[in-house]
Design a protein around this ligand. Structure first.
Ligand SMILES: [Zn+2]
Length: 613
């Protein structure tokens, strides 16, 4: 059923207005964006919304606190306005007699530092910015985002270049005029701009390219081999899905240590942001190696196919996140698989990533009180939770745990069909169809189950119901085991764990004594039921010494190793709210780092899964 996301209403509607918006981004390095809008209106009450529920952000994250300088005029007269008392994103304006247009001016103050999440977080530096249109506009109540047309223009700082999927009408120096677009398309089409911007063509017909902006020219000097992996990614994705649902596609990639790091999917682009040297430094490249493939998969899984209750008519109606185990979980699985098929990760790196995911999820005592379904249901109200107590609170596990679950599904399909079918067949059925233009085809739990049954008859309803509601114990490892591999622990950290330690200054003792620490000794998390927690240690405390010596990663590592051949407990001197206490951990298991090893008694299905098509 080819469908558009919108709900239809029976009552006839006045034709939707065309709104003009001019954004002045010439002060982007000051982190302030000015916008002027002309909104057709009639005398009386006008209700305007600032976008609240931002697609892909899974919550009411529109940065209303950073909307400033708001002023309305009509026929040269300043208008009264008032914020709605029940919804801070809603603005009521009094339109005087004789007025047919309301002019709005507003500023978006882009945050610096750690404030905000996703597009509401730091988005501008001295040398580059990403403009998310939802941060600089208002829209009138009474229309869907598909019905409203925006005529947009933008002014950049002098000398900056830009990239965007939004079709361009004309350009003159720093001024860009875009073709009229629906509000849906506008919000779906960010603009990346900067002094140092490199366009890397990936494919023609349809045109696919990377638009990379960085804080210095040297950051853009990626090895050709790396860029070739992204070309391969576009080819492997088309082979996986069988169709493309965009007119053209832009990987909008920010390389800066001064913008927030995340990825946000769009239909015809992704807004991915990583540390400054992510393309040129091998370690940083490994840490960012899963980002773009994940966001790219979303064009099919999340944008084209979207949970029905996430397919909302505007940005005011709340979104419901119960199907994120498909929207995000399947995207994470396919993103990892495509990354390996494209060479963005080696087979070893793919398995190390899978081992890290499996080990973390195998140490989530929070699953005893909170099932996987609730990690999705709770997102709108919980996604800003701290990473302290993460193993007990649970985090957004529908990403990683559903990598394990969808791998399990892949192995079941292969078993049931004696190797004739796989998740690739599911993707062709579910995400394929006719190529472009962009459309939204909503789905429900039933549609997922039915498509799985079309590929391989099985009790998929029972499978997913159990997966989403069980309380463990332990992670779902059946997919890894069914693919011919086993999760094991030994004393040798993987390349991935070594790089994380080096780059994130993170010390992983989660699978030995149940401690995740910063390099300083600050405790990020303790795993309930493991030696540190049982001894009385908790998140927010700080380890200052180990066995009488000042704390460092090496001192802790030495003590864990020495404990294997000693009956003495490991002594941790811990500071807690200005008090010091010694905790004795009766632990003798040494360091524990996860790996996948082959189970030679079974065929190597995992290697088959990540083989390039
Ligand atoms: Zn995602």
């Amino acid at each position: 059923m080819p469908v558009v996301a919108q709900e239809t209403t029976a009552a006839p509607k006045l034709s939707a207005p065309t709104i003009t918006i001019a954004v002045d981004a010439s002060e982007a390095p000051r982190k302030i964006f000015h916008a002027q809008m002309a909104i057709p209106a009639s005398p009386g009450a006008l209700t305007l919304y600032y976008p609240k529920w931002i697609p892909g952000e899974h919550g009411p994250t529109g940065p209303i606190q950073d909307l400033a300088g708001l002023k309305f005029t009509a026929n040269g007269q300043t208008l009264k306005w008032r914020r709605d008392l029940l919804d801070g994103w809603t603005i009521h304006v009094e339109v005087p007699a004789g007025a047919s247009v309301v002019n709005a001016s507003l500023d978006f103050i882009s945050p610096t530092g750690e404030e905000g999440i996703y597009t509401a977080a730091a988005s501008a530096t001295e040398k580059m910015t990403v403009l998310s249109w939802n941060t600089v506009l208002l829209y009138p109540a009474g229309y869907t985002s598909d019905e409203l047309t925006y005529q947009a223009s933008m002014r950049l700082p002098q000398g900056w270049k830009f990239g965007t999927p939004l079709p361009i009408a004309s350009q003159s120096g720093a001024e860009i005029n875009f073709k009229p677009a629906s509000l849906t398309t506008l919000v779906d089409s960010p603009v990346i701009a900067g002094e140092y911007l490199r366009v890397v063509p990936l494919s023609e017909n349809p045109r696919q390219e990377m638009d990379i902006a960085a804080d210095s020219a040297g950051d853009l000097d990626a090895p050709q081999e790396v860029l070739d992996h992204y070309k391969t990614l576009t080819d492997q994705a088309l082979k996986l899905f069988g169709a493309q649902h965009f007119r053209d596609y832009h990987f909008i990639y920010s390389l800066s240590d001064h913008v927030a790091h995340f990825g946000l999917e769009h239909h015809e682009s992704n807004d991915s942001r990583s540390s400054e040297r992510s393309l040129v430094d091998e370690d940083k490249r490994l840490l960012a190696s899963g980002l773009l493939s994940h966001e790219y998969v979303h064009s099919w899984n999340g944008k084209y196919r979207r949970p029905a209750d996430l397919s909302t008519p505007d940005y005011e109606k709340p979104m419901q996140d119960d199907l994120l185990w498909v929207y995000e979980g399947l995207t994470s699985y396919l993103g990892d698989v495509l990354g390996a098929r494209s060479g963005l990760r080696t087979a070893d790196q793919f398995r190390d990533t899978l081992a890290s995911i499996a080990a973390r999820l195998d140490h989530v005592p929070g699953r005893t009180w909170r099932n996987l379904q609730d990690t999705a249901d709770g997102v709108p109200s919980m996604q800003t939770a701290s990473n302290q107590w993460e193993s007990w609170r649970r985090t957004v596990d529908y990403y990683d745990e559903d990598v394990l679950n969808w791998l399990w599904v892949d192995t079941i399909i292969r078993q049931q069909t004696h190797g004739q079918k796989s998740m690739d067949d599911f993707c062709h059925l579910f995400h394929g169809g006719q190529s472009w233009p962009p459309e939204v085809k909503p789905y429900t739990f039933e549609d997922v189950v039915n498509t799985l049954n079309q590929v391989a008859p099985y009790d998929w309803r029972g499978f997913w119901t159990e997966r989403l509601t069980n309380h463990g114990p332990g992670a779902p490892l059946t997919g890894i085991e069914g693919s011919g591999w086993r999760l094991v622990y030994d004393e040798i950290p993987s390349e991935l764990i070594k790089v994380r330690k080096h780059e994130y200054k993170e010390i992983n003792a989660e699978y030995s004594i149940g401690l995740l620490l910063e390099e300083s000794g600050n405790i990020v998390d303790t795993v309930e039921g493991m030696p540190a927690a049982k001894a009385g240690i908790g998140p927010g405390m700080k380890v200052t010494a180990v066995n009488g010596r000042r704390f460092s990663a090496e001192v802790l590592s030495d003590a864990l190793k020495a404990g294997k051949n000693s009956s003495d407990p490991i002594e941790l001197l811990v500071e807690n709210t200005e008090y010091y206490k010694t905790y004795k951990l009766d632990y003798h298991g040494g360091e524990q780092y996860p790996h996948l090893v082959r189970n030679e008694s079974k065929p190597d299905v995992l290697t088959e899964i990540i083989k390039a098509r």
